[in-house]
Design a protein around this ligand. Structure first.
Ligand code: NAD
Length: 241
């Protein structure tokens, strides 16, 4: 990834932060986009703002192109969950989750693909979820957003192949990040929720953000040069069982 310009949304925490560290160590020029852009030592440029806001996304892409002239890889990690069932989900909650998780992914992918089409191509990695395939209770808006991200990655892979842009989705299991901690904290018994979650993985443990970053690196790099429109499971075996 030496010298490549890599943009990571949600790059200030969890999986995105681990990506920033790994891609930085691989020699990439790392741009972190986040609504809470904490300074870490792993990025060359930090852009603070909401991924679900079209004008902000367009302004951020313009700043990146002004600074670097190109985007080689985009990784869309920005996302959150609220943990409510369909009948308890208000329209405001639904819209907020979809706006960040799905629309934020769409906006960044669209603007980046337009830029990539003028510079010879690139790679886009979207973050889905094992729950998009396995289901799961009390997380209606989140699961819907993740299912749609998988579909978006597939259709975009077809649309953008002509521009030499590869688009893939990573399918994590439960990964030890602040998002997962918040999700356990919402349960009546957070310790029991953690044990239950561990038991869903044949590998018998939760995943680490650094393990997701390595799988994302594969999808973003030339190592996966004939892979597009795919879902790479890095889920500790959750979906196998
Ligand atoms: N942790 C897991 O178990 C798990 C499992 C499957 C999928 N995922 C997905 O992986 C991605 C990263 O999750 P994580 O666990 O690292 O979470 P995290 O909470 O640690 O990090 C998410 C980051 O996204 C940022 N963000 C949220 N909304 C934003 C917005 N509107 N605009 C800009 N930035 C925004 C947050 O500030 C945060 O820095 C998410 O899409 C999540 O759905 C996580």
């Amino acid at each position: 990834m030496k010298g490549r310009v890599v943009v990571i949304t949600g790059g200030a925490s969890g999986i995105g932060e681990a990506c920033a560290e790994l891609f930085h160590n691989e020699g990439a020029q790392v741009v972190v986009v986040d609504k809470d852009a904490l300074q870490t030592s792993h990025q060359d440029l930090v852009l603070e703002g909401d991924v679900g806001d079209e004008k902000t996304v367009q302004a951020h892409v313009n700043v990146i192109l002004k600074n670097y002239g190109r985007i080689d890889s985009l990784i869309t990690c920005a996302g959150f969950s609220t943990g409510t069932s369909v009948t308890k989900t208000s329209l405001d909650e639904w819209n907020a989750v979809l706006q960040t998780n799905l629309t934020g992914t769409f906006l960044w992918a669209r603007e980046t693909a337009i830029a990539m089409s003028k510079t010879g191509g690139g790679t886009i990695v979207m973050i889905g979820s094992q729950l998009a395939f396995a289901g799961g209770k009390s997380n209606a808006a989140y699961l819907a957003s993740k299912g749609a991200i998988v579909a978006l990655a597939q259709t975009m892979a077809i649309d953008c192949a002509v521009d030499r842009i590869r688009v893939n989705a990573l399918i994590p299991g439960a990964i030890e990040t602040p998002l997962l901690s918040r999700s356990f904290a919402r349960a009546d018994d957070p310790d029991a929720a953690r044990v239950r979650s561990i038991s869903r993985h044949p590998l018998g443990r939760l995943g680490q953000p650094s393990e997701m970053a390595r799988a994302i690196l594969f999808l973003a790099s030339p190592a996966s040069s004939f892979t597009t429109g795919s879902c790479l499971r890095a889920d500790g075996g959750w979906l196998a069982g």
